[in-house]
Ligand binder design. Structure first.
Ligand code: MN
Length: 482
């Protein structure tokens, strides 16, 4: 179980009695958080900050504890913020500044100077807010009485995002082959993405993977086939082609485990030694939270793994997708999103069928793939692009819909969605923002999750949705050239 530390600020100006009360309130609040956030995270209280030394000690603990995903701070009394500078300089985990009080209501009849000195978050949290802003530390502020549902709910969101960042900082991504020839948007600065998100993106030879795949035994393939037939409907007679994919998946699982990898990218231009492009193998692995990017897209591979982690425990589907083609019927425009093969099984609304069909690209044998219709509901589409001097996240609100008619001749899985606020502004905005044709679609996450991730990682964010007006679009279009 991940943990998050709770650090409360005060000082010794108000006497021993006051500090005792601060410690007691903090202890009670910690117990309350642990009750309400049960199963999500464990909250642990650290010693009250009353000077620079305790702050340094607390923040070092937060930064160096491998199980710790972040820190919550709150100023019970006034806590002069120069005491916090050196401690905060040691902080390397997401910071939640909780702007709250131990008491919900003011005791109008009994309030005196002692009470006011003890309970002065309105004063102390502003002092703290200044120093965090002054130190340019990305963080979230949540204001409200700590027992209120909306505060707990927002704390829960922070924990999900902090967990995803923790995962991100440990994520290793394999690139089998390089970026697809000539493609721009899937490329990026791997040094910068490691600095900012922690992703260790390294090259692995496809030949080494093929060696691992070739060592997979018939028995291991049988076990994988049992998994396939227990979850999916076998529509093909070409069992040998499906067994080939089962072999790829077992080989990939071994290779990922051996190298401690949580995501990978491949390219159909570099599959030397493989008879098929990985289809079911990639689809099924994505269903287990493994990040995947086709055409060498390491960014979407890593981002999909991070966002799948963020959505853990929530209802809905999250995974990689590619923008493909439109239905441009006026006023009822829809997008059909899919890929050559590798659509994550997570998106399946119908029981997936295993089929073996030709692939009109790549010059390999007919690959086995899972075919299904996609889930419905409100969702988001998220991508990450490299603007040359910074990364940019684009997040668009979408509505996933049932496909209006069957597509019996389309041999791949697919999802369909409607853009917001409408097709024109939604897609024009995406193009102006430089949004990629690879993205992560999720019905489990919301714009608030992505905004928080962008905020805590210091990434530029552009959002598109029902609040995107014509004027916003124009602003986006002109700012684009700065
Ligand atoms: Mn693609």
């Amino acid at each position: 179980m991940n943990k998050i530390y709770f650090v409360v600020g005060s000082q010794d100006l108000y006497g021993e009695e006051c500090l005792k009360q601060v410690a007691l309130d903090a202890k009670n609040m910690t117990a309350f958080f642990n009750e309400r956030l049960q199963g999500k995270v464990r909250v642990e209280l650290l010693p009250t900050v009353i000077n620079s030394e305790t702050c340094i000690e607390d923040m070092r603990k937060v930064s160096c504890d491998e199980d710790c995903i972040g820190v919550i701070t709150w100023m019970h009394t006034f806590s002069p913020a120069k005491m916090w500078i050196k401690g905060l300089q040691e902080l390397r985990k997401p910071l939640l500044h909780l702007h709250t009080q131990a008491n919900e209501k003011l005791p109008y009849d009994s309030i005196d100077m002692d009470f006011m000195n003890l309970n002065q978050a309105a004063h102390g949290d502003r002092e703290f807010g200044f120093i965090v802003a002054r130190l340019r530390i990305p963080h979230q502020v949540i204001a409200g009485y700590y027992e209120h549902d909306d505060v707990i709910e927002r704390m829960g969101r922070f924990i999900d995002v902090a967990k995803a960042i923790h995962f991100s900082k440990h994520l290793k991504v394999a690139s089998f082959g390089n970026n697809m020839r000539e493609v721009a948007v899937t490329d990026g600065d791997r040094v910068e993405s490691q600095i900012r998100y922690g992703w260790e993106c390294n090259y692995f030879a496809i030949g080494d993977l093929v060696d691992t795949i070739n060592q997979v035994t018939d028995k291991e393939i049988d076990t994988k086939m049992d998994e396939y037939t227990s979850k999916y409907t076998m529509k093909t007679d070409n069992i040998q082609a499906v067994r080939e994919q089962a072999k790829y998946e077992v080989g990939l699982e071994k290779f990922l485990a051996k190298n401690n990898l949580g995501a990978f990218a491949d390219t159909f231009q570099d599959l030397h030694g493989l008879k098929q492009l990985p289809g079911i193998a990639a689809q099924n692995l994505m269903g287990k939270g493994i990040g995947f990017g086709p055409e060498g897209d390491y960014k979407i591979s890593a981002l999909s793994a991070v966002l799948m982690k963020m959505s853990e425990g929530r209802k809905g589907a999250t995974g990689f997708i590619e923008d493909y083609t439109y239905d441009l019927t006026y006023g009822q425009e829809l997008e059909l999103a899919s890929h050559m093969l590798e659509v994550p099984v997570t998106f399946a609304a119908t029981k997936p069928e295993i089929d073996v069909l030709p692939l009109g690209i790549g010059g390999k044998e007919d690959p086995a793939r899972l075919i299904f219709d996609g889930v419905e509901g409100d969702g988001i589409q998220v991508t990450l692009v490299d603007m040359g001097d910074h990364f940019r996240i684009i997040c668009a609100d979408i509505e996933l819909v049932k496909q209006p008619k069957p597509m019996p001749n389309l041999p791949v899985a697919r999802i369909m969605y409607r853009h917001k606020p409408n097709f024109r502004i939604g897609t024009e905005g995406w193009c102006y923002a430089g949004g990629a044709h690879h993205s992560v679609v999720s019905t489990a996450l919301t714009r608030e999750d992505i905004a928080l991730f962008a905020k805590l990682t210091g990434t530029e964010l552009i959002t598109i949705g029902d609040d995107t007006t014509e004027a916003e679009l124009e602003k986006l279009a002109t700012n684009y050239y700065r």
